[in-house]
Design a binder for this molecule. Structure first.
Ligand code: AMP
Length: 566
């Protein structure tokens, strides 16, 4: 079945989906529609949001449903109110030319009496969230004793949201001879258990090609120190102007923090997570759909119900534990035939997790460097032109007489001036900023080894204080200290003038000696205006001499020489 017209779906359905622009079925639809139309077995389908799964299960059922009966024949259960409304909207669109088919959505956070009223219209299709469905069964407003089909949509999500008992209660209210279709983005133990207990001899379909469907997504990853993550994110946003994206975080707190950071930095961003009230979430989603907000920072669960087709980027601010969730998140972009980019920000210790994701999902993810200020400005210039010619609307009448005499300037000079004007703030921000890769060397305070070293340094300080007078002499400027036999004293070519701090020096030494199994003992570090002296276990002398010259600090070359004893 390469075209919908080759399926056995009724002309009324074909007409409706034709009007929605559906021509070719998606992979999951190709597999599911013929199966449901011809087979009475249960079904497990592994498919994520964005693969077209709503049409995959609903079109064949709508084709078979009896619209002359006023009994409930199809129950679709899904995890969130947003998804519930989305599925209902899709089904209503598909049944545009089947006027006797009625669909009602029942979900929490909304007036139950109104929903009870709409159930009096005797819909044949119910789309609901588990909690509200149970509530309505309890009030005898819903009766599923004669349904033919039951769909568990996003089963993994329903289970991870704690709906296990509710699902089991609802399943026990339905007849044994119904046909059950379980859709899940991931297959975990809980989903397997539910399938084993409630599905009979299910046929299995997997669009393992979730990625194949999504070949139009470029996957990138960036390694940054933990404390640089937000700044790295800012750079990625600045280097990819005109984006419409979702940034995925792991926790509600992280989501809010990242959104606050972006809002403080004047991005059109907001947060979407479970700590917000339903009304707040609705407002945020509405603003995002209308593109009043262009960057949405969200948890996985909160973003589930959001259906937007034109995301340019998905950013993984934190990696998920489950590789399937990574696929699912990334699949939010690259929809409706457009290209998409997925970018993951990784802490150095997360590279192992990424390897696991790569191995399991077979996605190619390319390492990229956080853009430099120069690259960002270039990208912004491109962004200005892109916007200039794609989003251009004549909003006001323009009087050419308002233009002063500019004949002294060439076209290039004028464009240059306008760009300088437009990008002034951003260019000023990045003007004297170090590139993040360099800063990783000096400020990667999340690096456990640098923390350990700093701790050691503090301890050393304490020991010195206990040492009393001898150390005070040293600190009072007497540089002719007794040399320690086991230490080599080095002269280093950078100093305070180069913004070198003790913590930077420790990091540099650690990096230069990183290949050794044992950590080098570091002695005194004296940072002077133009240069620095430091001491290190003499066994590491050669490593310092070999490795330092190939490293850079804030773009500057490094040089170390064994110092004169005095
Ligand atoms: P879903 O995975 O059901 O959330 O669907 C994702 C999006 O794809 C929705 O906006 C659908 O309207 C759209 N869609 C589903 N099937 C097709 C199709 N065969 N052709 C074009 N768009 C589709």
């Amino acid at each position: 079945m390469n075209l919908f017209t080759e399926s056995n779906l009724s002309p009324d359905l074909l007409k409706a989906i034709g009007e929605l622009g559906y021509e070719q079925p998606t992979e999951i639809q190709k597999q599911t529609i013929p199966f449901i139309l011809s087979d009475a077995r249960d079904l497990i389908a592994l498919a994520a949001t964005g693969t077209g799964k709503t049409a995959a299960f609903s079109l064949p059922i709508l084709d078979m449903i009896d619209d002359s009966s006023r009994k409930i024949q199809l129950l679709v259960l899904c995890p969130t109110r947003e998804l519930c409304l989305q599925i209902t909207k899709d089904i209503k669109n598909y049944t545009k030319y089947l006027p006797h088919l009625k669909t009602t959505a029942v979900y929490g956070g909304s007036s139950i009496s109104e929903q009870i009223r709409s159930l009096r219209e005797k819909p044949q299709i119910i789309v609901g969230t588990p909690g509200r469905v149970i509530d309505l069964i309890g009030r005898k407003a819903l009766d599923f004793s004669e349904i033919h089909w039951m769909v568990l949509d996003e089963a993994d999500e329903m289970l991870s949201m704690g709906f296990k008992d509710d699902l089991e209660t609802i399943l026990s209210e339905t007849p044994a001879e119904k046909q059950t279709f379980l859709f899940s983005a991931t297959m975990n133990k809980e989903v397997e258990r539910i399938s084993k207990n409630y599905l009979t001899n299910p046929h299995k379909i997997s669009v393992g090609s979730i990625n194949a469907v999504k070949k139009n997504i470029a996957h990138e990853f960036y390694v940054v120190g933990y404390r640089q993550k937000k700044e790295a994110l800012k750079r990625l946003l600045d280097a990819n102007p005109n984006q419409y994206s979702i940034i995925f975080c792991r926790t509600r707190m992280e989501t809010q923090e990242v959104a606050d950071f972006l809002m403080q930095n004047s991005y059109a961003a907001d947060a979407l997570h479970g700590d917000l009230s339903q009304a707040q979430r609705d407002t945020v989603m509405k603003k995002f759909r209308l593109k009043n907000i262009e960057i949405l920072v969200a948890t996985d669960v909160a973003a589930r119900g959001l259906d937007v087709d034109s995301l340019t980027h998905v950013i993984h601010f934190s990696l998920p534990d489950d590789p399937e969730v990574f696929v699912h998140r990334s699949g939010r972009t690259g929809r409706a035939g457009k290209d998409g980019i997925s970018m993951a920000l990784l802490k150095p210790e997360e590279t192992r997790k990424l390897k696991q994701i790569k191995a399991q999902t077979k996605i190619e993810i390319t390492e990229k460097k956080i853009p430099t200020g120069e690259e960002i400005i270039k990208a912004q210039v491109g962004g200005v032109f892109e916007k200039l010619f794609t989003e251009h609307d004549d909003i006001f009448e323009f009087d050419n007489n308002l233009i002063p005499d500019l004949s002294a300037f060439s076209k290039e000079e004028l464009v240059h001036q306008l760009l300088q004007f437009q990008l002034k703030d951003l260019a000023t921000f990045y003007k004297d900023r170090n590139d993040l890769q360099e800063m990783r060397l000096s400020k990667d305070s999340d690096n456990p080894s640098s923390r350990r070293e700093r701790g050691r340094d503090r301890d050393r300080g304490r020991d010195r204080d206990r040492d009393g007078g001898r150390d005070r002499d040293r600190r009072s400027g007497d540089r002719k200290r007794k040399s320690n036999e086991n230490m080599t004293r080095f002269f280093f070519n950078l100093g305070k003038r180069d913004s070198l701090k003790k913590v930077d020096m420790l990091d540099i030494i650690n990096k230069a000696t990183a290949k050794s199994k044992k950590r080098a003992d570091i002695g005194d570090i004296e940072i002077l205006d133009k240069f620095t002296f430091f001491e290190i276990d003499k066994n590491y002398k050669q490593e310092i001499l070999n490795n330092l010259p190939s490293m850079k600090f804030k773009g500057k070359d490094m040089r170390a020489e064994v110092a004169n004893k005095d």
